[in-house]
Ligand binder design. Structure first.
Ligand SMILES: [Zn+2]
Length: 77
């Protein structure tokens, strides 16, 4: 039983580290919401309103367009 607890603890620690990668936000050049068809620059007022659970990131403009997203008319990415 002690061994099982140790495995669970290790798994929790590993997954915890995986979600807090600091490079993720700096690499994202464009952001979009899974509930919207528009994509934004990360500093756009609308980008800040996207909740973490719905946030999608793209490294290039082309990537966002290929996935069916349109550029926002406010930040003009
Ligand atoms: Zn925008």
């Amino acid at each position: 039983m002690k061994r099982l607890a140790l495995i669970l603890l290790t798994t929790l620690l590993l997954t915890g580290c995986g979600t807090t990668t600091p490079t993720q936000s700096s690499q994202a050049a464009y952001v979009a919401s899974s509930t919207s068809a528009k994509f934004h620059r990360p500093d756009c007022q609308w980008a800040h309103k996207i909740s973490a659970g719905n946030k999608i990131t793209f490294s290039t403009r082309e990537e966002a367009i290929k996935k069916g997203y349109e550029p926002c008319k406010v930040c003009r990415p």
